[in-house]
Design a protein around this ligand. Structure first.
Ligand code: ATP
Length: 371
């Protein structure tokens, strides 16, 4: 098979795009992945042995529910919760089922930690024996992982929640209702489901759903046609402000466009919610705190001699943690280990991925460097 066959591009175009793929290996198995989004190929497409693993598509966002939803959807749509974790695709790509399936992060990298966890958390043997061509797309959520740190009350360490099941090569989705039944059959946990609505009903129901999620500090919703041909996302103020707080705690490492986009979302929501003066001032106050207090905290910490960065905790067998750190170092990340303990045969490590720009710039400004 030629790699381009299941993908939505011609052989000629695929040959042009091939130069953007990067080569890596996982336990001696070489693969290529597309780390960035290209107009006609999903970010994260993987070419491994004689298999293609399609990337997960980019989900457009609306800033205004009332107009954006009916404009985007002509038919019924399912509303599911958007969970805050990291995107993972789990697929079987080879025949050697002893070392399968693999777990791919958003950009198509096989992560040793996530692969280990996916095999532990999911009934992979049963599911892939019956459905070898499908891939489970979901969010890894919970506090103990090397990429994100959002807490959910029902997740102590780490859990997987499926939001899509696709053909691993063509990316064609199992329709929402069938997917929910399929996952239920295998006891595979899924993202919370809020129902199926016409676009008009959705416009009516969504503000209430979003407000409730917001009050619980949750991230938002993803709307999708039942065939999953079209998707649309909308996030809560809690998520926008949480992202801003995090980004401004590492102000020179996050792109300014990242912050700007989230500020704009808050403004549109404040207008759509038709907030009165008091509610708008309260939002302004919270936004100001998210921005300023996270920066002042970082400046004071660096002034006190600390190094700042993205802090994470992982829990896994010692050899998996070693493999993860080796994987990060091979990608050029600088890690600082804070605590390293054994609990019930597992290694529990809290570490920081150093973010160089914020440490260097803040230090230089504190030392009087002129802007
Ligand atoms: P992209 O849209 O390219 O993924 P992004 O970082 O802008 O990039 P997010 O704002 O994180 O995207 O929103 C999209 C992501 O939301 C998906 O890639 C997926 O990992 C996650 N997600 C969480 N819950 C769901 C859900 N119920 N349905 C679909 N995606 C979900």
């Amino acid at each position: 098979m030629d790699y381009h066959e299941p993908l939505p591009v011609s052989a000629e175009r695929f040959a042009e795009l091939r130069e953007y793929f990067e080569t890596r290996s996982f336990r001696g198995r070489e693969y290529e992945h597309l780390p960035d989004y290209r107009s006609d190929l999903n970010r994260g497409v993987v070419l491994i042995e004689d298999t293609v693993v399609d990337g997960f598509p980019k989900i457009p966002r609306t800033l205004v529910i009332e107009t954006g939803v009916p404009r985007h959807f002509e038919e019924e749509l399912a509303v599911e919760e958007k969970l805050d974790g990291f995107n993972v695709r789990v697929a079987r790509v080879g025949d050697d089922s002893a070392d399968e399936p693999l777990a791919f992060t958003r950009s198509g990298i096989v992560c040793p930690f996530t692969t280990y966890q996916a095999r532990e958390l999911l009934p992979v043997a049963e599911f892939f024996a019956d459905h070898p061509d499908l891939m489970l797309c979901g969010e890894m959520v919970g506090p103990e992982n090397p990429y994100t740190d959002h807490e959910y009350a029902d997740v102590d360490s780490l859990d997987f929640r499926v939001f899509d099941v696709r053909d691993r090569e063509t990316g064609g989705s199992v329709p929402v209702r069938e997917r929910r039944d399929l996952c239920a059959d295998y006891d595979i946990p899924q993202v919370p489901f809020h129902g199926v609505f016409t676009p008009e009903e959705a416009v009516e129901k969504l503000p209430g759903i979003v407000e409730e999620l917001d009050a619980g500090g949750r991230e938002g919703v993803v709307m999708k046609t039942l065939s999953v041909d079209q998707q649309l996302k909308y996030t809560t103020s809690a998520a926008n402000q949480g992202n801003l707080e995090y980004a401004f705690s590492l102000p020179f490492d996050y792109g300014q466009a990242f912050m700007f986009r989230r500020l704009i979302r808050e403004a549109f929501q404040s207008v759509e919610w038709d907030e009165d003066e008091r509610a708008r001032r309260e939002r302004a106050h919270e936004l100001g705190e998210a921005i300023l207090c996270s920066m002042t905290d970082t400046i004071e910490r660096i002034d006190g001699g600390a190094t700042v960065g993205e802090r994470h905790t992982v829990r896994a067998p010692p050899e998996i943690v070693d493999e993860l750190f080796e994987h990060f170092r091979s990608m050029g990340l600088q890690l600082e280990i804070e605590t390293d303990e054994r609990e019930a045969g597992e290694r529990v490590v809290t570490f920081t991925k150093k973010t160089q720009a914020t440490n260097d710039k803040v230090r230089a400004y504190l030392d009087g460097q002129i802007v």
